[in-house]
Design a protein around this ligand. Structure first.
Ligand SMILES: [Zn+2]
Length: 308
């Protein structure tokens, strides 16, 4: 069922690309969301692609674009606050996110676990921590994970525009200088939406990335067994799981992570980065729209969710 749906997505995405992309240069295509959209399936599902798409010249061109542009998100979601991707219930895809790093021990351990499991995740890094640990930050990007902006100081307090701008821009700058990545994602420290940071981030077209599934690993006495239970209870298609690789000793997160991954895999979940997940949402909507004229293009559905 899952593969069948994806095949539909791929077919629609590829036809669009062929039909409209013929006269454009590769550079021009980099800015077309659907190019990135199509290639995410190459990345996420690897050899599960239908044979006729696997290894084609088109797929190769998409891979190049994807590697250079894996941070891109659908235009319609820029400046939006998002708690999870709206996906059909049968599309079991979920995103792991890690906040407050990078740190010297836990981040490296988490990267090792993700690598062993062939999973790409999203790391919301604190600018100050990037300045302390540039090599680890680079490792995150080199391993194929996505980086998001989590401010310079991780302050919760109310900020004027100049301070909010400095918190976000300094972090964006150091992420770029360290890794070459221009991130499109912002997560407000503590999930605070009204202290000035989110207003500024929206003005800069960041997607404000909240979460739908809490591991609870930043709570005191958040033992591994509890974290695993929390994820088991809340995991859902399109879900965004909140975990931490920094901001304290995250040995319980490291301990729980292999079991969390095993549980989700056992339940049939695939893992996606945040841009991949958001792109799937857009494509799911496009497929529905193409298949049925009854379905209308609603406003972003996550605006109705309030998990905070
Ligand atoms: Zn945080």
């Amino acid at each position: 069922m899952f593969s069948h749906k994806l095949f539909q997505f791929l077919t629609v995405g590829t036809i669009t690309l062929v039909a409209t992309g013929g006269g454009l240069s590769l550079t021009g295509l980099l800015h077309q969301n659907y190019l990135n959209n199509s290639s995410l399936f190459t990345q996420s599902l690897g050899n599960k692609l239908p044979d006729n798409l696997n290894g084609s010249a088109l797929a190769n061109a998409q891979d190049v674009a994807f590697n250079q542009n894996k941070e891109a998100i659908p235009k319609e979601l820029q400046g939006q606050t998002i708690y999870q991707a709206k996906l059909p219930i049968t599309d079991k895809v979920i995103a792991l996110t890690f906040d407050d790093g990078p740190g010297p021990k836990n981040t490296t351990e988490i990267l090792d676990i993700l690598k062993k499991n062939h999973i790409k995740a999203t790391f919301f890094v604190v600018g100050q921590m990037v300045s302390f640990h540039p090599q680890i930050t680079k490792q995150i990007a080199d391993d194929g994970h996505v980086l998001g902006n989590h401010t310079w100081h991780h302050w919760y307090r109310r900020m004027n525009v100049a301070t909010a701008a400095s918190e976000i821009n300094r972090t964006a700058d150091i992420i770029y200088k360290t890794t070459g990545v221009k991130t499109t994602l912002f997560r407000p420290p503590g999930g605070f939406l009204h202290n000035g940071l989110v207003d500024y981030a929206k003005s800069q077209k960041y997607a404000i990335m909240m979460w739908s599934d809490e591991s609870g690993d930043s709570q005191r006495h958040g033992q591994a067994a509890r974290l695993i239970k929390n994820v088991e209870k809340s995991a859902k298609p399109g879900g965004i799981i909140l975990m931490h690789d920094g901001g304290g000793n995250r040995s319980q997160t490291v301990k729980a992570l292999p079991q969390i991954i095993a549980y989700l895999k056992n339940k049939g979940y695939k893992f996606a980065t945040i841009p991949e997940l958001l792109t799937m949402q857009t494509q799911a909507k496009d497929v529905l729209t193409a298949e049925s004229s009854i379905v209308t293009k609603d406003e972003h559905p996550n605006q109705k969710l309030h998990h905070q």
